[in-house]
Design a protein. Structure first.
Length: 144
C-alpha cells in the first residue's frame, strides 16, 4: 500500500534495500478517500498491469465507507489480476512524528498536540481491515 501515484513506493524501496530481494508477484495499491460519502462499486478500483506479475491499482472510497482491502483484492480477480489471495503479505508504512533538533520545526505545544492526535488515530491495519497475521509494518521517523 502506498500514497505515491506513479513512483516506486518507499516501503518497496526499503524492503529491496534491506532484504536484497523482490517478491515474484507485486500488487501496489493506492487508496484515496474522496470527499463524497459513497463511491459506486463500478468506480471503486482501477488496475493496470505494469509488467508480468506486477500490478498497480488505485482504489477509491467515500468518507463514510470503511475500506476492506482483502474484499477489494477478491474483486480485483474479475479485472484480470491473478494474485494468490491465500498468500498475500501486506506491507504498510508507519510514521512516528518527532521534533526537529535544529529549532526550525513546529513550536513545542503544536508538536505535542500533533503527537497526541497521531497516537489516538486508528491504526492503518485496522482502518483497512487487514488480517493482522499478514501485515508487515515498516516504520520511520519524521521530523516536524
Amino acid at each position: 500500500m502506498t500514497r505515491t501515484e506513479k513512483d516506486t513506493p518507499p516501503v518497496m524501496v526499503w524492503h529491496v534495500k534491506h532484504n536484497r530481494a523482490l517478491h515474484e508477484h507485486l500488487f501496489v495499491l493506492r487508496v484515496e478517500i474522496l470527499s463524497v460519502p459513497w463511491v459506486p462499486c463500478g468506480n471503486r478500483i482501477a488496475i493496470e498491469e505494469v509488467a508480468k506479475n506486477f500490478w498497480r491499482a488505485e482504489a477509491r472510497f467515500g468518507f463514510m465507507e470503511r475500506p476492506h482491502i482483502p474484499a477489494l483484492l477478491t474483486a480485483s480477480k474479475s479485472l484480470g489480476c491473478t494474485i494468490d489471495l491465500d498468500d498475500v503479505t501486506y506491507y504498510v508504512g508507519h510514521e512516528t512524528v518527532i521534533g526537529r533538533e535544529d529549532g526550525l520545526g513546529l513550536p513545542k505545544w503544536q508538536e505535542e498536540i500533533f503527537a497526541v492526535m497521531e497516537r489516538n488515530a486508528i491504526h492503518v491495519s485496522d482502518f483497512f481491515s487487514l488480517p493482522t497475521d499478514q501485515v508487515v509494518e515498516i516504520g520511520r521517523q519524521v521530523s516536524i
